[in-house]
Design a protein around this ligand. Structure first.
Ligand code: FAD
Length: 325
């Protein structure tokens, strides 16, 4: 069985769980096994049907009033009890803040390994082992990791890597209620209050057009020209880590290995060299335009259209054209 932990927050499912169910379905074809989803919380049974419609054969609903708010202690214990019962072959979690916290704790309890922050999953043709690929050595190479003799084989996967599966409203499956044996005494840390962070910047992963700027832009003020271009195109501005580290953009707008993974219809990389860690976050964009003064910049190799020149004159010309001036 391939089991996917599907995270919910305030009753809202996170997309990454559905993305992983879609991927698990694909992997299950090579293993000829079923796909199960796990959702944890209080009064969250209604989510089960949605997970089945998106590809789960079985949904385990871990239900308890103490699970209403996420706590590391009780989620770990509850999941540990379920996994010890069901003994899945593979366990997948989203590499969200919660998944990144839960994954290692669970792996330690289950005495198995965990490959964190994977960007690709496959089944080995002969070994039938899960091949878990992730950036290694500061992102300079991709390592494929296996877990040969411990179960489950565990991985966390970054949100946005795999596409959302298509929903089938007629799909049938089984929803199983699981009541974990947990008590208030298992809680070593109590959550008093959850304070919602007010989102001040857009979620770039949902955008169709992105104009991204890098170190080549030169200053925070220069980003205003990129804002103007993005607005004319109906898109948003994002950037490389160099632009974020320079304080020109907030961290939420960073694209790449340690930023967001985006797949817009159009990605315009302006003054970005195309380091492997940046490319990891945008290479699946449908159409890539690179504007760079260096014809040999690595970004040119993955661009559908490369424009060699000073970014300011190119962007100004584009703005003029779009304004029909
Ligand atoms: P540079 O590499 O300095 O490139 C600037 C480009 O601008 C050059 O190609 C230059 O030719 C061009 N340019 C300069 N002036 C002009 C001009 N006037 N007109 C046109 N073009 C011009 N990076 C990310 O982006 N995202 C990540 O998530 C990320 N994660 C990382 C994680 C790790 C563990 C590590 C080690 C690094 C990570 N990096 C990440 C950093 C990455 O390695 C690069 O350093 C970074 O992407 C470089 O940003 P850049 O392309 O903007 O700058």
């Amino acid at each position: 069985m391939i089991m996917v932990f599907c995270e919910q927050r305030n009753g809202e499912l996170l997309n990454v769980g559905l993305e992983l169910i879609g991927k698990a379905r694909e992997l299950a074809r090579s293993l000829d096994c079923e796909v199960s989803a796990v959702v944890c919380g209080h009064n969250v049974g209604y989510i089960g049907n949605r997970l089945i419609q998106n590809g789960a054969d079985k949904v385990f609903v871990i239900e308890h009033e103490l699970l209403e708010k996420y706590t590391l202690d009780l989620y770990t214990e509850s999941l540990y009890q379920l996994i010890s019962n069901e003994k899945p072959d593979i366990l997948l979690l989203g590499a969200t803040s919660i998944g990144r916290e839960l994954g290692p704790r669970l792996a330690a309890r289950l005495k198995t390994g965990l490959t964190a922050d994977c960007t690709q999953l496959e089944i080995g043709q002969e070994t039938k082992l899960l091949l878990m690929t992730r950036p290694a050595f500061g992102g300079n190479l991709m390592a494929t990791i296996i877990c040969p003799d411990r179960r489950p084989q565990m991985a966390t996967i970054r949100p946005g890597i795999f596409p959302l599966p298509s929903m089938d409203a007629n799909r049938k499956g089984e929803t199983i209620l699981f009541n974990p044996k947990i008590t208030r005494e298992d809680l070593r840390v109590r959550v008093e209050k959850i304070v919602q962070k007010i989102r001040t910047v857009k979620d770039i992963t949902a955008e169709k057009i992105i104009v991204a700027g890098g170190r080549g832009i030169g200053s925070k003020e220069n980003f205003e020209l990129l804002e103007e271009l993005a607005e004319l195109l109906g898109g948003v501005v994002a950037g490389s880590r160099a632009a974020v580290d320079a304080g020109w953009l907030p961290k939420e707008l960073q694209v790449g290995q340690t930023g967001k993974v985006v797949k817009p219809k159009l990605y315009i990389a302006v003054g970005i060299s195309g380091a492997i860690q940046h490319v990891a976050g945008m290479q699946d964009s449908e159409y890539i335009i690179a504007i760079n003064k260096d014809p040999d910049a690595p970004i040119m190799k993955i661009a559908d259209l490369g424009i060699v020149g000073d970014w300011k004159s190119v962007v100004k010309a584009l703005i003029k054209e779009l304004r029909n001036e």
